[in-house]
Structure formats: C-alpha cells, structure tokens
Design a binder for this molecule. Structure first.
Ligand SMILES: C[S@@+](CC[C@H](N)C(=O)[O-])C[C@H]1O[C@@H](n2cnc3c(N)ncnc32)[C@H](O)[C@@H]1O
Length: 328
C-alpha cells in the first residue's frame, strides 16, 4: 500500500542501504521486527515488499508521533512498540522471519537542538534517545576524570582523551557544562584546528558520550542475542552500523555464532566449536556511489546479513566480541 503523499515527499530521515537489504532477503515474507523504527523507512520498505506484518520498536517515543500520519494505512500489519531492541524477542512475542537493526541516531534526533546530539546546534547537553537515565550533562558533571577519559577513548577512539577529560574537569570546577556549544568549545580548545576535509574536532567526543549515555554497545549485544532467540530457522538478520566499533561487534558476533572456534586473546584456550546458529551471507555491504551522492550519511554505513539456523540460541561469549562496557 502506498504511503501518504506528504510523508513520502518530505521524508524526515532517508533510509540507508534499504535497497540491498530488500534485494538480499527477497522474496520478503512473514513477520519482521524493525528494532530501530526511526522514521519508519525500513518498516515501510518491508511492508511494501510483501512482509505480512512488521513490529516496529523504538526507544524514542517521539519517533511514533511522526509515523502517525501514514502508519494507519497499514492497519494491523504494523505494530508500534516503545522499547529497546535488546528486548526484541519479548516484544515480538513469538518466532519471526526477519530482524533489521539500523543503528545509531536518526536525522530527526540529530536535527533537533533540544536533543543535544549535535555540536553544530546549540542546545542542552542531553543526548538521551529515550526519556530515562542520565543525560550527557549528568555524565560530564559526575564522572571522574578517569571515567571520562575511558569513555572518550573506548567509545570515540579519541587519542586526546586524557587531555580532554582533564579540561572538562577543570571547566566544570568553574561552571557547570550544560550545553552542546560549551562542550564543543572545550574539546576544540584541546585539539589542533582541523585541516580541510577533516571532521570537526568534537565529532569523536560527541559520539563517545552518546554511546555511553545510551549504553549503545550493551544494547547492541543484547539485541543480537535477542534476535537469535526470536528468529525462526531460515530467518534473516540484517544490521546496518555507522562506525567501526559497532561493525566490529556485529562481525565478531556473527563469526562466533557461525560456530568457529577461536580465542578471546592469544593466551586463552581455544573455544570449542558449537553448531552454527547463524550463517553469514556474504561480506559487509557498503553504499554505492549513487546512494552516497544522494545521502552523504550513507558513506560510513556497513550492512551485515546472516540467516538463522536450527541450533538452539544461547548467550554470546562477550569476551570475544571486543566489547568494552564501562561501569560508571
Ligand atoms: C538510524 S535511526 C533508524 C532509521 C530507520 N531505519 C528509518 O528508515 O527511518 C535509529 C533509530 O533507532 C532508535 N534506537 C537506537 N537504539 C535503540 C535501541 N536500543 N532500542 C530501540 N530503538 C533504538 C533511535 O531512537 C532511532 O530512532
């Protein structure tokens, strides 16, 4: 069924790598979970391609307000649930034929200064995708210098993590750090001016704080495990990530679930082989030149696809996923 003209004419978020997903999983059949509903681009794509039912999950309640205009045209084929994809098997309530995860933040979240995700717009230093938990301002106000350095280093790969953490602690002793502009200014003061073509100096610090505020890596592993529990044999898993830290977790999870042995590190014993729970389908897929030209956000996107086998689900070996979960 076609979506409403208004929503189609001005999509608030352009879906990334949707065409290669639909091509790989064709023919689309049965029940799918879209664990990162956002503006609903994936959910609509799946429904229009033939999915009988889509369960759309998002931790951001404001995502569903945007969808209200067109969602009802799909009737009971589309169910919307406010929640986290780490619990997607419970939300699905039974076996499903496919799970899609399009990680990170939506354009709507980035574009609203009041959400505090962007250093390009001044606003409160919030960065929460949902409306619960600590904000980025809380984290910056209460984290020890060591914790802040760990966040910046492990979640942003920021080499100047210690210098920036020291500057944050010094600045907050003078006045609370409450806005995106304040944070960006402090980070800029710690780093050399970017050369033409280089990203803004605050890019890595904003990414790191957002990941910490939303426990994005913890959610990703829980979401992959939940997908393994929810998928029927033969069911599809499609995950789109936007930076190498995320993609590494997805890649290692799929390698591990493909039943290979391996070691947590070179001193650890070889892990015994288990029956494959997923069969990865091909290598990571990147956006082609036409998609990147139309939507620059697609430049860093990587899609990984896999099919569920009949082997029983079980918890992942987190030590082998290269996952750093920092306890703050
Ligand atoms: C990149 S956008 C998805 C865009 C969507 N595929 C589309 O085409 O419109 C990511 C969305 O996932 C949501 N999200 C991120 N982490 C989540 C989680 N752990 N559980 C549920 N939703 C999450 C965000 O709130 C955001 O709306």
């Amino acid at each position: 069924m076609a979506c409403s003209e208004g929503a189609a004419a001005n999509p608030p978020h352009v879906p990334v790598l949707l065409s290669p997903i639909l091509a790989a999983v064709a023919p689309v059949r049965g029940t799918w979970v879209d664990g990162t509903f956002g503006a609903g681009g994936y959910a609509r794509g799946l429904l229009d391609a033939g999915a009988e039912r889509v369960i759309g999950i998002d931790r951001d309640p404001s995502a569903f307000a945007l969808a209200a205009e067109w969602a009802e045209t799909y009737g009971d084929r589309l169910t919307l649930i406010e929640g986290r994809f780490g619990d997607l098997d419970a939300h699905a309530g039974g076996p499903v034929d496919g799970v899609v995860l399009d990680l990170g933040v939506s354009s709507m979240q980035l574009d609203q200064p009041g959400r505090g995700f962007s250093f390009q717009k001044d606003g409160p230093l919030d960065m929460r995708m949902g409306d619960d938990g600590l904000s980025a301002a809380d984290l910056v106000a209460t984290g020890s210098e060591g914790d802040l350095a760990d966040i910046l280093y492990h979640y942003g790969e920021e080499r100047a993590a210690r210098r920036i953490a020291r500057a944050l602690v010094r600045a907050r002793d003078e006045a609370p750090i409450l806005t995106t502009r304040q944070l960006a200014g402090i980070v800029e003061g710690c780093l050399p001016r970017p050369k033409p073509g280089q990203s803004h100096p605050a890019t890595r610090s904003f990414q790191a704080l957002r990941i910490a505020v939303n426990d994005e890596f913890g959610q990703l592993v829980q979401g992959l495990e939940a997908a393994e529990r929810a998928l029927a044999p033969g069911g599809w898993l499609a995950v789109v990530s936007f930076h190498s830290l995320e993609d590494r977790i997805v890649k290692r999870f799929l390698q591990q679930r493909a039943g290979g042995g391996g070691r947590a590190n070179r001193y650890a014993p070889e892990t015994p082989e288990t029956a494959p729970r997923f069969v990865p389908e091909g290598r990571a897929v990147a956006a082609d030149a036409a998609e990147i030209a139309a939507n620059p956000r697609a430049r860093s996107a990587r899609l990984r696809l896999a099919r569920r086998t009949e082997a029983p689900a079980g918890p992942a070996d987190r030590g082998r996923l290269g996952l750093t979960v920092l306890d703050m």
